[in-house]
Design a protein around this ligand. Structure first.
Ligand code: CA2
Length: 163
């Protein structure tokens, strides 16, 4: 098998990255809370990190301001993925629909928040998503996404080693 076809053989593997309402505004408003990095910057960093993995993998990214669109993405793209990285944004605090979709697909999932939701207003302290995911990273800014990806890559490597 040539090198290029070996790479192709692994490129069907992908991590699903989902971002919820208003995260399309990153970098343009409220830099004091959410920083100056745009969502495109965050995704570009994740794509580079995923490509540099051994073996490389793809990223499927979706940002939506609509709960049902995110639920559809979890249902349709979740089952074929290596794992899910999700910043549900405000949906974190009340979306039973997103939570139920994550439970239904049963894929390793990491919840990410740019800000430390536990140090902010009381209504942000509770996540309805946290109990059904592997873990939550909050307050580390854009690095949280990369750390989540590195974690999922490590999980993929150890699950392959144990086959
Ligand atoms: O810290 C996070 O990542 C959040 O998920 C962000 C959500 C917020 O509702 C969560 O409590 C914590 C808000 C995303 C809105 O993003 C904006 C970005 C720039 C300007 C305005 C909103």
């Amino acid at each position: 098998m040539s090198n290029s076809s070996m790479v192709t053989a692994t490129e069907h593997e992908y991590v699903l990255v989902l971002n919820g309402p208003n995260l399309n505004l990153l970098g343009s408003r409220e830099p004091g809370v959410y920083g100056a990095t745009t969502l495109a910057d965050i995704v570009a960093d994740l794509v580079a990190c995923a490509r540099g993995a051994d073996p490389p993998l793809r990223l499927e990214h979706l940002q939506s301001n609509h709960e049902g669109v995110l639920v559809d993405a979890i249902q349709q793209l979740g089952p074929g993925s290596v794992g899910i990285i999700i910043n549900p944004a405000a949906l974190t605090h009340y979306s039973i629909a997103v939570r139920d979709a994550l439970v239904a697909v049963n894929v390793p999932t990491v919840e990410v928040h740019l800000s430390n939701i536990h140090a902010r207003e009381e209504f942000r302290h509770h996540s309805v998503i946290a109990p059904v995911v592997l873990g939550q990273i909050a307050g580390l800014g854009p690095d949280g996404y990369r750390l989540a990806l590195q974690y999922l890559l490590g999980r993929r490597a150890s699950s392959k080693a144990n086959r």
